[in-house]
Design a protein around this ligand. Structure first.
Ligand SMILES: Cc1cc2nc3c(=O)[nH]c(=O)nc-3n(C[C@H](O)[C@H](O)[C@H](O)COP(=O)(O)OP(=O)(O)OC[C@H]3O[C@@H](n4cnc5c(N)ncnc54)[C@H](O)[C@@H]3O)c2cc1C
Length: 151
């Protein structure tokens, strides 16, 4: 749900696995979207999705990080000095382009994107929510008419 990195990644992997994936995505965004500074653990996922080169093309290479621990104290470290099997770099990404790249990738994989907000409703007597019947029926109807929409 929502055209954020989580939904787009999950939808891509599900569609590749032959599952029917539908994303409800309201294109209108809030003015401020946080989460631009990626960490090395994300790189293997970008490779799995096949988007690393695209992300690299609009992002800033990030060889390390600086943590601000006080008004005048910064703690900086390059990733290549860390003992880890992960790639020794990451990227700072503009979130609008990053989210768009992952959403387009999901579409290419065969996921369907419905340009509207999803209506979720509480499952009575539980702490769970589920898609409204209208949304489930709507996405099903549109999916059977067009097996690979937006591709
Ligand atoms: C202050 C702050 C700083 C952060 N800094 C970093 C950082 O530097 N680096 C980093 O990696 N992470 C950072 N994060 C975390 C990062 O922002 C999140 O991990 C990431 O955005 C989660 O992605 P997501 O796809 O799960 O959710 P989101 O990015 O929130 O995407 C979910 C989307 O779903 C939409 N949506 C919600 N409800 C519906 C609905 N009913 N129908 C349709 N659409 C809907 C929302 O509008 C949104 O666009 C930060 C978070 C905060 C709060």
């Amino acid at each position: 749900m929502g055209g954020g990195p989580t939904a787009s990644t999950l939808a891509t992997l599900l569609a590749r696995a032959g599952k029917r994936a539908v994303i409800f995505h309201l294109a209108k965004r809030t003015p401020l979207v946080v989460g631009e500074s990626l960490v090395p653990a994300i790189i293997p996922m970008l490779r799995l999705l096949g988007v690393e080169e695209q992300v690299k093309s609009f992002s800033t290479f990030k060889p390390g990080a600086t943590i601000n621990v006080g008004p005048k104290v910064n703690f900086s470290f390059p990733f290549d000095q860390l003992k880890m099997t992960l790639p020794k770099y990451a990227y700072n990404v503009p979130r609008d382009k990053f989210d768009e790249a992952l959403l387009e990738n999901a579409k290419k994989a065969g996921a369907k994107v419905i340009e509207s907000a999803a209506n979720v409703e509480r499952v009575s007597g539980t702490d769970r929510v589920r898609l409204s019947d209208e949304n489930v029926q709507g996405s099903w109807r549109r999916t059977v008419r067009s097996p690979r929409p937006h591709c």
